[in-house]
Design a protein around this ligand. Structure first.
Ligand code: GLN
Ligand code: ZN
Length: 769
């Protein structure tokens, strides 16, 4: 084949498709199985039906090669753990007794056995189950799921490509098993793992796979020379196998950097690279590495993790450049479509014009097919699509929704001093002490109180029209009364209103801000059977009216103690939404910050003396590559300060984050210049307090003294013990007493008991001062 005829054969493909089904059938079937209402057989049938429907949908849309093995009952990294036989010892018996139940036991735990730890899949909002490995881990190939699903697709007469988590990424994502020294490096198991991958590849070859895709997204992170060496070794080995399918090594979410030449040199048959904006550097790097002459390049030109319509002409230009760099160029999304909702056409409440700016999995599939056709047959074959696309892009670029002159003017006029409090912390602390009159070791909570069934029912009743707004608000008022009176009775010093009115800490604000879109069906898998509907930052952001003032002041009217106002910060609003791709994240963050700043100022004007701006996503949004982090932290901390700097010195700004380790962003936390920060710390025995102290953190802090992740009630002695530990690092004048996080997932009985014990502990330790 000459290069030209190879180009004429450009194929459309994807790496993975949402697993859920159009009506979240998979979630319902799995949860039904857990409750004993759905049999294992029925669950398998539902799953097979969903896989078949996805493949048919892809093939009907014109996708030439469908992915297999991307389907999962819970998580594809857990599937990989099963595939390589790395079942943790504590789950072995359950897995041997019943593979499906054992699988779910690893995912969710049982009464007696802890599940695998869950963590974020790179910088997406998908969570995977962390493999647990040790020097004694013995791998064993179990290719059943992969071979079975390939067979299903081939039986439909489709051209199919199994997709596997690659061995290097699998090991880099793993952690030492419990009982194994923390210093153990799972990558040392590579030589033991590779033959197992070799067996699986041979099985897939025998089952009819021409190509197999090995995903190595861990190579887009900063890697040591030893790790890059491991990648080179892995693909030299796998590429050198005789009985193997053709290998396509895929990476996504960022540029490959130093790993690109390593993969380009490896004896594999093709690479799949991300060519979206975030990974634009791949293009030059590929050219610099000499391209992939005679080999296959799968070009991820359609953004697989955001929901905006593609710029087809721009993508075609990129594809055209790439034609000169590889034997054959195919078209794909940058990553699995798992990270976007299914179908924009299902949205009924979004304006028809705006809907045309959106591309969910179904629309992206069409874009990929269109681009492949344009690449193969020339742009003449897709003139209608190009014209429609040009019109949609123009409509978006010229819309008053994306360009609100008032928002833009305000944002442009921001100066450095707008993002600085009027007084340094020491002066503010004095003013706040005088204003608030709090005791030493003041007690507070993080914001939410239990979201009871009654509250959920009230919201459902309101949505279904069974009750009106007045009836709903009556129920919220009653809940606030109860929460406030409980806190007063318990002796908490700084109260909250309990967030009863909030369905979700991002959506609640998104629904009230102009420029944000909500979806009806835009579900995306967060983990297992949990799906979320991230709102869409679609236009310039403004706040037509106050969002929280009414409920906060209502709560304040019920008590003489200070009630803390409660907002979600700008970085977290971005992190848990789909973001604009037509301006920088920094610009979007600034707009959100200004809208929130108005809310902060209004809360203060309405008499709120303590305002908390939650930023639990500050750390999880860190860019994958260290070189990109300073710029991120710069705009992120500025957005927080812009939100909070309009207030008087005697108004106390709190922030909250929930992770125990943050050694790498302690400077950024300092740069937030919040008066008080509350952090998760109970499970790590106040590790955070020591890290703050080591950094010389000058302001007040509340390392959590009670773990809210379990219903266990910590006794007063336990909380007192943690407080004393906290005092070893942070002086009493600057130490707060609070739980690790909000209480919305807890029940009232344990919440009551735990907070009573927490206050008792604060009193005991105060008396010792
Ligand atoms: N204020 C929020 C709550 O208490 C904070 C939630 C969070 O940190 N994720 O629910
Ligand atoms: Zn939290």
């Amino acid at each position: 084949m000459t290069d030209k005829s190879a180009a004429a054969a450009a194929r459309a493909t994807v790496f993975g498709y949402p697993r859920q089904g159009p009506n979240r059938e998979l979630k319902k079937a799995i949860e039904g199985y857990w409750k004993g209402r759905v049999t294992a057989g029925a669950l398998r049938t539902t799953a097979a039906g969903l896989r078949r429907a996805n493949w048919r949908l892809l093939a009907d849309a014109g996708v030439h090669e469908v992915p297999t093995g991307d389907f999962s009952y819970y998580d594809h990294v857990l599937d990989t753990t099963v595939m390589v036989g790395a079942i943790p010892a504590r789950h072995r018996a359950a897995v041997d007794a019943d593979a499906l139940d054992g699988y779910f036991a690893m995912a969710r735990g049982t009464r007696d056995v802890a599940p695998l730890e869950m963590t974020k899949w790179f910088d997406t909002n998908y969570h995977y189950l962390v493999p647990e490995l040790g020097p004694d881990t013995m791998f064993a190939a179990d290719s059943g799921k992969q071979v079975g699903e390939l067979g299903e697709a081939l039986a439909l007469g489709l051209s199919a490509r199994p997709v596997l988590v690659g061995p290097v990424t699998y090991l880099l994502l793993a952690k030492p098993a419990p009982g194994v020294a923390a210093g153990f490096d799972p990558l040392t198991l590579l030589d033991r793992l590779l033959p197992v991958y070799g067996e699986i590849l041979a099985d897939l070859r025998a089952a009819g796979a021409e190509w197999v895709q090995l995903d190595e997204p861990a190579l887009v992170q900063d890697r040591t020379p030893a790790e890059l060496d491991a990648a080179a070794r892995a693909y030299a080995y796998l590429g050198g196998l005789r009985d193997r399918p053709k290998l396509l090594v895929a990476s996504y979410f960022d540029r490959l950097g130093d790993a690109l030449p390593v993969l380009a040199k490896a004896p594999v048959d093709g690479l799949a690279l991300d060519f979206t904006e975030a990974a634009a550097a791949n293009l030059e790097a590929l050219a610099a590495a000499g391209g992939l002459p005679g080999r296959r390049l799968v070009a991820g030109v359609v953004n697989g993790r955001n929901i905006w319509v593609n710029d087809l002409e721009k993508s075609l230009a990129t594809l055209g450049t790439l034609l000169g760099l590889a034997g054959r160029v195919d078209v794909a999304a940058s990553c699995s479509l798992l990270h976007v909702p299914l179908d924009a056409a299902a949205e009924r409440d979004i304006d028809a014009q705006i809907l045309r700016w959106l591309a969910f999995a179904g629309q992206k599939t069409d874009e990929i097919v269109t681009l492949a056709r344009g690449l193969s047959e020339g742009t003449g074959a897709i003139t209608a699509e190009l014209a429609a696309n040009r019109a949609d892009l123009a409509s978006r670029a010229g819309s008053p929704i994306t360009h609100d002159p008032a928002v833009r003017a305000r944002s442009a006029a921001i100066t450095d001093s707008d993002a600085r409090r009027s007084q340094p912390y020491a002066r503010r602390a004095e003013a706040q002490r005088a204003h608030l009159g709090l005791p030493l070791l003041p007690t507070t909570t993080i914001g939410s109180f239990p979201q009871t069934d009654e509250l959920r029912t009230a919201r459902a009743d309101l949505r279904a029209g069974r009750i009106g707004t007045a009836g709903y608000e009556e129920r919220i008022r009653a809940e606030i009364q109860e929460v406030v009176s409980f806190q007063e009775k318990t002796g908490i010093d700084v109260l909250v209103h309990g967030e009863a009115e909030r369905n979700d800490m991002v959506q609640y604000f998104a629904e009230q801000l102009t420029g944000y879109l909500a979806t009806q069906h835009g579900w995306v898998q967060s983990y297992g059977t949990r799906y979320v509907r991230p709102p869409i930052l679609a236009g310039d952001i403004s706040r037509p009216e106050p969002m929280t003032v009414r409920w906060t002041t209502y709560a304040q009217s019920l008590t003489t103690r200070p009630v803390k106002g409660m907002l979600t910060g700008p970085v977290t609003m971005l992190a848990w939404s789909f973001v604009r791709d037509d301006q920088s994240l920094a610009d979007t963050a600034r707009q959100v910050a200004l809208a929130l700043r108005d809310e902060v100022d209004d809360l203060e004007a309405a008499g709120t003396s303590v305002i908390q701006v939650d930023e639990p996503a500050l750390r999880e949004t860190l860019p994958l590559r260290a070189a990109d982090r300073p710029a991120y932290l710069d705009w992120a901390t500025e957005a927080f300060r812009l939100t909070t700097s309009g207030v008087r010195p005697d108004t106390q700004i709190h922030t909250h984050m929930c992770y125990a380790e943050f050694g790498d962003i302690v400077q950024a936390i300092d740069d937030l210049d919040a008066d008080v920060i509350s952090l998760e710390a109970a499970r790590s025995h106040m590790q955070v307090a020591r890290e703050l102290a080591a950094h010389g953190y000058p302001r007040e802090a509340g390392p959590g003294v009670y773990d809210i992740h379990s219903p266990r009630v910590p006794g007063p002695d336990e909380a007192a013990g943690l407080l004393r530990r906290g005092l070893e690092a942070i002086p009493a004048e600057r130490l707060w007493v609070n739980p690790d996080c909000g209480l919305k997932t807890r029940g009232w009985p344990e919440t009551r008991a735990s907070l009573e014990n927490m206050v008792a502990a604060a009193r005991t330790v105060r008396a010792e001062l």
